[in-house]
Design a protein around this ligand. Structure first.
Ligand SMILES: [Fe+2]
Length: 601
């Protein structure tokens, strides 16, 4: 049985194609059309998946979407009715940019797009799966037979937080909040208030929070409060997003308490950092409170966390550290990037009752590109290159990394979800403290406060980090062991944590082999891993990768079996500064931030 999960008209448009409950492709359209978090019909993804498999829509038995359109219409009407006439602004597209009004006609839109791009008249029926049901269904791909499943995101079609109990091939929802009583939405709006992009830059605010102080935490506890039933309530004295959406999310009280909004290019000051700190601290408190109350109700100790809030790896680590949860699993596509896949899994297991037979152990469900295509791209760019056998390539790249070079690493199928996990990654040496500033300023061109993930061999993870479970998808930020903080200095965030990725040989032999070889040379089986991109979506094709390499300060590019350090026809003029000559400005600002954070008692 083949199932197509698909979505558009909301952020993260894309698809998942499954055969007998096992994903064949999970594709986000942004990788192809190069528009971050695009809401366009996923025509490139459709073309890629169907032509790669050599099938037509006739071979698909069911189409699923991660929105219950009827429920969404009811919710929309009740929201407009609830604050009428103020809420008429909800009808304006600018009041909810991330999700277009036309989503209420999603089925018709998808049918039209599929007919147009697959040239088919007859389509299988479209099944609308509830949004949180779709998130929760990632449980069916988890390692657990039984688990608590907590979904927290901006909003779904009827809720913004839901808890399920998953057993075998069934899920049962036991708790949910209202659709706009949303800790996720508060996080998004405060992210915007701090001058970053909502529905995308929340991770920046999570990183910034570590540099803040306790100034606003008590005041923020009045913004979201735990409720006696084990849930939480957003205090709408601070917010008007229930009437005006993104047009005017805050009431005067929020601005009086936490200060005016930061402009995107305004310098970050202590107030901004302290508001981020308070937002993160209170979000963690709420998440922990919800989890503890659910643990009291259900005798399970394993947990799946899904939805956009599940990308908060700092909060996830605290669940493990400060509650009775024994193991936590967060899929690599915890945000809406995984919603089409989840909708298909829900239909296959929950609705049709099929048994489970698949565990997600890697995230490589994207497209791969042939050797010919890679070679052609290198030729077209005018780059000199060498083809190396695997063992030689691993030795060469590991030695480059040990010598302080930055390596663009492009292999096989690209990852689903927002994290690069070793197939579209920029890699560097974590032992060099200055590497973080260099990568941020010269290669990624992003804020100096943002940390990089340490990728570590699974067998050595607990030697470096306070963790005793796998984290293959970079979803936890455990503490770096005190005696290792100087050893992998560039991988340690200012709060002493690291956004870890544990790497198993079976999940990605070549990536594992590279880290292993680096460990053999240096004694440290850890690499800094950041996504292969700058401000655009993560690269998909060899051409994207070459363009990113040439425009940035990477020293080496590895595309499959091909290795180059050439900079092209003008390469001689582009001698890279050595890593030790990292820009002084970025280093100074990082040092100032670090000094403030480490001065804390
Ligand atoms: Fe969601």
């Amino acid at each position: 049985m083949r199932t197509l999960g698909i979505v558009a008209k909301t952020h993260d448009s894309g698809l998942a194609l499954l055969k007998d409950g096992v994903p064949e492709f999970v594709l986000e359209e942004e990788r192809f059309n190069r528009i971050k978090k695009t809401n366009k019909f996923p025509k490139h993804s459709v073309k890629a998946a169907f032509s790669e498999l050599g099938i037509g829509i006739g071979e698909v038995d069911a189409i699923t979407t991660p929105w219950d359109i009827r429920q969404l219409r009811r919710t929309f009407l009740s929201l407009v009715g609830g604050r009428f006439p103020l809420s008429l602004s909800f009808l304006l597209p600018s009041s909810h940019v991330a999700q277009q009004n036309q989503i209420v006609l999603l089925n018709q839109y998808l049918e039209k797009g599929l007919r147009e791009h697959l040239g088919a008249r007859a389509l299988p029926p479209i099944v609308n799966v509830g949004h949180h049901n779709s998130h929760a269904a990632m449980f069916f791909a988890s390692p657990f037979d039984e688990a608590l499943v907590l979904v927290m995101d901006g909003y779904g079609d009827d809720s913004s937080s839901s808890a399920y109990l998953g057993r075998g091939n069934t899920l049962e929802r036991h708790w949910s909040t209202g659709v706009l009583n949303s800790a996720g939405l508060v996080y998004t709006f405060v992210t915007q208030h701090l001058g970053f992009a909502g529905f995308g830059d929340e991770g920046k605010v999570m990183a910034l929070a570590a540099f803040g102080e306790n100034t606003y935490v008590n005041r923020f506890r009045d913004v979201i409060k735990p409720t006696p039933d084990g849930g939480y309530a957003v205090n709408m004295d601070y917010f008007s997003y229930n009437a005006f959406g993104e047009l005017k999310p805050f009431k005067r009280k929020f601005l009086d308490t936490f200060g005016p909004a930061r402009l995107p290019d305004e310098a970050l000051n202590d107030r901004h950092r302290d508001v981020a700190f308070a937002l993160q601290a209170v979000t963690e408190e709420i998440v922990l409170c919800v989890v503890r109350s659910l643990l009291k109700k259900f005798p399970v100790r394993d947990m799946c966390m899904v939805g956009g809030v599940a990308l908060n790896c700092v909060a996830n680590a605290k669940i493990l550290e400060q509650t009775d949860v024994r193991r936590i699993w967060v899929p690599p596509c915890a945000s809406d990037t995984g919603a089409p896949l989840g909708s298909a899994l829900w239909h296959y297991h929950q609705t049709l009752g099929h048994a489970r037979g698949f565990e997600m152990t890697h995230a490589f469900y994207g497209q791969a590109y042939s050797e010919d295509r890679i070679q052609q791209a290198l030729e077209q760019a005018g780059l000199k290159y060498r083809r190396l056998p695997e063992a030689q390539m691993l030795r060469r790249a590991a030695q480059d990394l040990a010598d302080g070079k930055i390596v663009g690493w492009f292999q096989g199928r690209f990852e689903m979800g927002p994290r690069a996990l070793g197939n579209r990654s920029i890699l560097a040496d974590p032992r060099r403290a200055e590497m973080r500033d260099h990568l941020n300023a010269r290669v990624k061109q992003r804020e100096s406060f943002r940390p990089f993930a340490p990728a570590v061999l699974i067998e050595r993870a607990s030697e470096f980090f306070e963790i005793d479970q796998p984290d293959p998808f970079m979803t936890l930020a455990p503490r770096v062991r005190r005696d290792k903080q100087n050893v992998i200095a560039a991988a340690v965030h200012v709060d002493g944590t690291g956004r870890i990725q544990t790497v198993e040989r079976s999940a990605n032999p070549r990536y594992y082999g590279l880290i292993e070889e680096f460990g053999r040379i240096t004694g440290v089986p850890v690499l800094l891993n950041t996504s292969f991109n700058r401000k655009e979506p993560i690269v998909a094709t060899p051409e994207d990768a070459i363009a990113c390499y040439l425009a940035s300060g990477m020293d080496v590019l590895v595309l499959g079996d091909y290795y180059t350090t050439d900079r092209g026809p003008n390469g001689a003029a582009q001698e890279r500064e050595h890593i030790r000559a990292a820009p002084a400005r970025a280093t100074a600002s990082q040092a100032a931030l670090t000094a403030r954070a480490s001065a804390r008692p």
